[in-house]
Design a protein around this ligand. Structure first.
Ligand code: NDP
Length: 283
């Protein structure tokens, strides 16, 4: 029987996950189709029920369903529960297990594509949305020295900090107001600066913008923009010009997808093939 994996979210028009996941299945000669299931919130429960069918291996979950799907599943991995979001579902004989591979994708991309280790680094995170939660989870796990989370809505930043206070332990984790970026010592001194906002993302209406004034980019830091479309954002162009090392979001996208593939198939994902297909899909 041929099998399927679903992509659940809304809208899905611009997603490139179908391109690189299908390439991975095809590369392994697997009879598996990666299908877009456009799922507005009101239809989420019905879509989750369809995932229990024997022909469905599981799903990827994206905006706006990553949090809302949690109570509809039978079990959550510890990581998904602590991040508070699910991006991967595995169907184990009708029981639905929720995972989150974003944190793993983030750490692996730094290791593999920037040869960068997080331990003892001072980190600044821009944004406090869903992906920022996975990033902060990963940073604390990897025992960084400090994390400052700047978010446009200060309250959302504070909520994030409160929910990770226990995990942080002795690691300083703060949410200063976005308006303090200009004078921030944390920004000036950081080793790693991660953009977790959607500023600069194609189709978001902010493609021509950068989350930070060019003059504030710390030139000795690694500047990591999680936005992957376009592959090189204005933020990354300006960071390069300032003399900083840079990394774009495509690598994390592919590594989180590779981790999902491995959860469904129990076999190693062809990361190089996936990366090549993702690049082609962007063009
Ligand atoms: P959310 O909608 O959960 O969060 C969006 C974040 O961006 C919030 O912090 C929001 O601030 C901030 N933001 C949006 N517009 C502005 C603006 N004009 N000025 C200042 N802040 C702004 O989205 P996600 O966290 O899921 O995704 C964020 C980005 O990361 C997206 O572009 C997404 O494509 C990318 N991403 C990349 C991944 C990868 O693998 N490379 C994986 C997942 C996401 P506020 O709270 O104030 O609204």
């Amino acid at each position: 029987m041929s099998k399927s994996v679903a992509l659940i979210g809304y809208p899905l028009k611009h997603s490139i996950s179908p391109a690189f996941q299908q390439a991975a299945f095809d590369h392994h000669g697997l009879d598996v189709r990666y299908e877009k299931w456009e799922t507005p919130e009101a239809e989420l429960a019905a879509a989750v029920d369809r995932l229990r069918a024997a022909s469905i291996l599981g799903a990827n979950v994206t905006i706006p369903c990553k949090e809302k799907i949690m109570p509809l599943l039978d079990e959550l991995s510890d990581t998904a529960a602590r991040i508070g979001a699910v991006n991967t579902v595995v169907n184990r004989s009708g029981r639905l297990m929720g995972f989150n591979t974003d944190a793993e994708g983030f750490v692996t991309s730094l290791h593999e594509d920037a040869d960068y280790r997080l331990r003892n680094r001072k980190v600044v995170v821009l944004g406090a949305g869903g992906v920022a939660r996975a990033v902060v989870f990963a940073l604390l796990n990897e025992e960084v020295t400090s994390v400052a989370v700047f978010n446009r809505s200060v309250e959302r930043g504070r909520i994030l900090v409160r929910s990770f206070a226990r995990a942080a332990g002795r690691i300083p984790l703060a949410a200063p107001p976005w308006t303090e970026l200009e004078t921030s010592v944390a920004l000036k001194d950081c080793d790693l600066l991660v953009n977790c906002t959607s500023i600069g993302m194609r189709f978001s209406g902010t493609e021509a913008e950068s989350p930070l004034n060019a003059g504030l980019i710390p030139k000795d830091a690694l500047v990591y923009d999680l936005v992957y479309n376009p592959e090189e954002t204005l933020f990354l162009k300006e960071a390069k010009k300032a003399g900083a090392e840079t990394l774009g979001g495509l690598s994390m996208l592919v590594h989180q997808g590779a981790a999902s593939f491995e959860l469904w198939m129990g076999t190693k994902a062809p990361v190089d093939i996936m990366l090549r297909s993702a690049r082609e899909a962007l063009r």
